[in-house]
Design a protein around this ligand. Structure first.
Ligand code: GLN
Length: 270
C-alpha cells in the first residue's frame, strides 16, 4: 500500500536527506504519474507502483529529486530540469520578491536574466509581469535547451529570446530589470553531496572566494540598465559586505534582502 511504502521510504531516505517525507511523496507521485496533492488525497490507500523502489534507490545514491522527476516548482511556475542545469532553489525567490517590491504597481517592460539556467528567474518574472519581454543568457547550451523548452511549455516562447554568451558580452539593448544568480561558491567550500556530485560545477563555483563572477558582471551592469531600472543579484549569505563593496565601487546604491531563512540573499542595485 502507498501509505506503508511512503513510511518505509521516508525512514530510509532520512539517512541522506533533510526532507525525507517530501522526497518520498514527490517520487511516489512521479511513479504514479499524479500530482502530489492528488497522491495524498486520492491514492494513499492504493497499491504502490512497481517503479517506486527504483526511484528511491536513485535518491539514496544522492541524485536530487528534481533530476529524478525532471521538474521543480519555482515561484508560480514549474520548470523542467535535468543533468547539466542548476536546480531552482527557493532561496532565489528572494530576487523576485526584491524586484516586485522595487516596481510596486509598475512593471518592467524588458527583463534580462544573466546565467538563466533552465530559465528560472526570467520565466518567473515574465509570469508575474505578463506584458514584459525578456532575454536569457547562459554559456551552457544544455541550460538554454531547457530554458527554451520551459518557455514553450509555459506559453512564453514569443516573449523571450535566448543567447549563448559570456555574461553581458555583446548585448546592446537596455533593460528595466536585470536578474542574475551567478556561481558564488568558493572553490574549496564544502557543499552537500547531492549538489557536488550531480549539479554542474560551472553554475556553482567562482574562484577561491566565490566572488570572481561578481567582479566580472557588476562592472557590466550600468551600461545595460534603462533609466529607472534595477539589477538584482543573488549572493551567498556571507557575501553581502563584499558584493556591496563591488557595487559601491561602480557607483550603485543598494539594498539587501533576506531569504525565507532570514539570511541575506539578494542585493538590489540602482
Ligand atoms: N545556493 C546554491 C547552493 O548552495 C548555489 C547557487 C549558486 O552558486 N548560484 O547550492
Amino acid at each position: 500500500m502507498i501509505r506503508a511504502a511512503l513510511a518505509a521510504a521516508t525512514q530510509r531516505l532520512a539517512e541522506i536527506s533533510d526532507t525525507p517525507r517530501l522526497d518520498a511523496e514527490l517520487l511516489m507521485a512521479h511513479a504514479l504519474g499524479v500530482a502530489r496533492d492528488d497522491l495524498l488525497m486520492r491514492h494513499i490507500e492504493a497499491s504502490a507502483p512497481d517503479g517506486f523502489e527504483a526511484l528511491v534507490a536513485r535518491r539514496l545514491a544522492h541524485e536530487p529529486v528534481a533530476y529524478i522527476t525532471g521538474s521543480r516548482g519555482f515561484w508560480s511556475i514549474d520548470l523542467a530540469v535535468g543533468p547539466g542545469v542548476l536546480i531552482p532553489r527557493p532561496d532565489s525567490e528572494a530576487l523576485i520578491e526584491a524586484a516586485i517590491a522595487h516596481f510596486g504597481a509598475g512593471a518592467p517592460a524588458a527583463v534580462l536574466d544573466l546565467g538563466t539556467g533552465p530559465g528560472t528567474l526570467l520565466l518567473a518574472a515574465l509570469d508575474h509581469w505578463p506584458e514584459a519581454r525578456g532575454l536569457g543568457v547562459d554559456r551552457s547550451a544544455v541550460a538554454l535547451g531547457y530554458a527554451r523548452d520551459n518557455a514553450a511549455r509555459l506559453g512564453m516562447a514569443d516573449r523571450v529570446a535566448w543567447r549563448l554568451g559570456d555574461w553581458a558580452g555583446g548585448i546592446e539593448e537596455r533593460f528595466d530589470l536585470i536578474l542574475c544568480n551567478p556561481p558564488y561558491i568558493g572553490t574549496e567550500e564544502a557543499i552537500g553531496e547531492d549538489v557536488r556530485r550531480f549539479e554542474p560545477a560551472s553554475a556553482l563555483f567562482a574562484g577561491a572566494d566565490g566572488l570572481d563572477d561578481y567582479r566580472r558582471v557588476i562592472p557590466q551592469l550600468r551600461g545595460l540598465l534603462a533609466p529607472g531600472g534595477c539589477a538584482v543579484l543573488e549572493i551567498g549569505w556571507t557575501q553581502a559586505g563584499a558584493v556591496s563593496r563591488l557595487a559601491l565601487d561602480q557607483g550603485f546604491s543598494l539594498r539587501v534582502r533576506n531569504d525565507l531563512g532570514g539570511r541575506p540573499r539578494a542585493v538590489l542595485l540602482t
